[in-house]
Design a protein around this ligand. Structure first.
Ligand code: NAP
Length: 282
């Protein structure tokens, strides 16, 4: 490690945006502490890093972000072993679908544990390190679903809305310390979130759910939705990491821009009809 080497810490690096970001940051010269909850799934990252010629820049460590007691120890160990943490990418997350009426409270809590409270816990552990440095970037992988309520994804959206509000406040609190909090808001990108990691509420899957038919139509629509290549999200995150003065929010993906424009331009009554029709639940 050279003295000037910058250190990045990422959660959820075993697939998708986290994996691609780990490689992009390593290509950009960072030493990357890439965490994942199951080290037996590290081969995809190892192979991608090998192909990019940056395998030596990765330090892969175990972290289930909902193991809250393990977070301070992991962050301490990273700061001790690497001397600093310049960039934190809070990326680990998943989406649970189901009409709000069918979602169990425990399932909604599980969404918040991963998509909100884990980001809060890791950020709190990293803040003293960045405060000492009087510098650091905290990049939250939020979603367009953190800005626009999406039917059948109320649990996911509310966890991301919470993250947006918390981050907006944190940005102002930490700005004078030299810390930059940034929200990245992707639209639909082709990652495991749509397949291996896609979750549906248990009651939403029951034959006697009052929303069964509409839920099935939504699922068909979601399957057919165009999903862009997630590499552009990883490249955006790498650019933000290198920007000494990044904005608060970065929206990415044609669909994400379209949704925000429609939401801002259309009167609500027209907007809600359009969305219900588009996602096949009208
Ligand atoms: N792809 C999109 O369309 C999209 C759009 C907007 C926002 N996002 C956001 O992008 C982020 C990354 O998602 P992705 O699209 O790249 O999906 P992905 O391929 O499913 O990646 C999610 C990553 O999070 C990890 N993860 C989930 N729960 C975890 C936990 N408790 N502890 C540690 N790691 C955990 C997964 O680990 P395992 O491999 O062990 O499952 C995986 O590495 C998420 O925050 C998501 O909300 C994605």
């Amino acid at each position: 490690m050279t003295v000037s080497q910058k250190i990045a810490l990422i959660t959820g690096s075993s697939s998708g945006i986290g994996l691609l970001t780990a490689v992009e940051l390593a290509r950009g010269g960072y030493r990357v502490v890439a965490t994942m909850r199951d080290l037996s799934r590290r081969s995809r990252l190892d192979e991608a890093a090998e192909r990019a010629g940056v395998a030596g820049k990765l330090d892969i460590r175990l972290l289930d972000v909902t193991e809250f007691d393990a977070i301070p120890g992991l962050v301490e160990a990273v700061a001790r072993d690497h001397g600093r943490i310049d960039v934190l990418v809070n990326n680990a997350g998943f989406a649970m679908a189901g009409f709000a009426e069918d979602m169990r409270l425990a399932e909604i809590r599980q969404q918040f544990e991963t998509n909100f409270f884990a980001h809060v816990a890791i950020t709190k552990a990293v803040l003293p390190v960045m405060r000492r440095q009087r510098a650091g970037h905290i990049i939250m992988v939020s979603s367009i679903s953190g800005r626009v309520g999406q039917p059948v994804l109320s649990s996911y959206c509310s966890s991301k809305f919470a993250l947006e509000g918390w981050s907006e406040a944190l940005r102002i609190e930490t700005f004078s310390l030299g810390i930059r909090v940034v929200l990245v808001e992707p639209g639909a990108f082709g990652t495991d979130i749509w397949q291996r990691n896609a979750k549906v509420g248990e009651d939403a899957l029951r034959d006697d759910s009052p929303n069964r038919q509409r839920g099935a139509r939504f699922a068909e629509m979601a399957k057919k939705l165009h999903k862009a290549d997630a590499i552009v999200v990883a490249r955006l995150i790498a650019r933000i990491a290198d920007d000494p003065n990044p904005k608060l929010r970065y929206r990415i993906g044609f669909d994400a821009h379209l949704q925000r424009w429609l939401r801002a331009l259309l009167p609500w009554r027209a907007y809600e009809k359009l969305v219900a029709k588009a996602v096949k639940i009208d």
